[in-house]
Write a protein that binds this ligand. Structure first.
Ligand SMILES: NC(=O)c1ccc[n+]([C@@H]2O[C@H](COP(=O)([O-])OP(=O)(O)OC[C@H]3O[C@@H](n4cnc5c(N)ncnc54)[C@H](OP(=O)(O)O)[C@@H]3O)[C@@H](O)[C@H]2O)c1
Length: 258
């Protein structure tokens, strides 16, 4: 049986570990990110280690038609995607009005628009076939507003809301959508987002391989939302919504401050 997973953000961090999870279970891969060299190295590693077949599609998914072009390229290559893993994403530290607007918009383009477009295109094909799994990588940031990372937190709130609604729409058609909402993870994310020195980063983060396994297993089990730290997930989902908003904003701002 075909078992082909497309992983965005497969060149590093959590996406790379998700690709490793799938390959270790004998699954074939479509690897996507901007850095072709890094993807070719991942392909070589996973083909040698697990005897699977991996395809590299280098693409900038923050570009206007990046996601749609990726979908067409995969389809034109005759590949049928059984599992879609939307992991590519980035954050950015600073007051919203002082940050570069183009960078904020690129964040929306990648974290929201590309994820939505790929879910739309591949989700439609999965529904027509009557089976498929989608894993959208959100964040614990999706549970609350995030001063000093206002746009990033808002993009992850979109991922959480959108993914759960689409799961409800597609589940009767044999397709599940799972949100992986990790807490801080030790990857290149913090450096790229200029978050080094924040309280959150100084407190230390989870291991990318552990987080990927948590998300992969939840996706295979058809779970709706999974947080890698269950107690934190409970507090964010059940306790934080009951707290005064100003208190939540202060707590969130503190963890994102240097
Ligand atoms: N690390 C954390 O603390 C944390 C916590 C919660 C959620 N997350 C989420 O986890 C996901 C993965 O992040 P990570 O921690 O693994 O960070 P990472 O190591 O920086 O990985 C980001 C991935 O996204 C790809 N990417 C970035 N911009 C892209 C673009 N324009 N087009 C296509 N691919 C692009 C990168 O590859 P290229 O550079 O080769 O394009 C890379 O593979 C993100 O959605 C992030 O928001 C991270």
């Amino acid at each position: 049986m075909s078992n082909l997973a497309l992983v965005t953000g497969a060149s590093s961090g959590i996406g790379l570990e998700l690709a490793r999870c799938h390959a270790a279970r004998g699954g074939d891969l479509v690897l996507c990110a901007r850095r072709r060299d890094a993807l070719e190295a991942v392909k070589a590693e996973l083909q040698a280690a697990h005897g699977i077949t991996a395809h590299v599609f280098a693409a900038d998914l923050a570009e206007a038609v990046g996601a749609e072009a990726l979908y067409r390229a995969v389809r034109d290559a005759g590949l049928t995607i059984d599992i879609l893993i939307n992991c590519a994403g980035f954050g950015g530290y600073g007051l919203h009005v002082e940050r570069d607007l183009a960078a904020e918009q690129a964040m929306v383009d990648l974290n929201i628009r590309a994820l939505m477009a790929l879910t739309h295109e591949f989700g439609r094909d999965m529904a027509a076939r009557g089976s498929g799994r989608i894993l959208n990588v959100g964040s614990t940031a999706g549970f609350l507003p995030g001063p000093n990372q206002a746009v990033y937190f808002a993009t992850k709130a979109f991922v959480a809301s959108f993914s759960q609604a689409v799961d409800h729409e597609l589940r009767p058609k044999g397709v599940t959508v799972t949100v992986l909402a990790p807490s801080y993870v030790e990857t290149g994310f913090a450096k790229a987002a200029d978050l080094e020195g924040t309280q959150m980063v100084k407190a230390g983060g989870a291991d990318a391989a552990d987080v990927a396994k948590c998300g992969y297993d939840a996706m295979m089990a058809g779970r709706l939302v999974v947080v890698n730290k269950p107690l934190m997930g409970f507090v964010l989902a059940r306790v934080v919504p009951l707290l005064p908003r100003r208190m939540v904003l202060k707590m969130s701002a503190r963890s994102q401050s240097k």
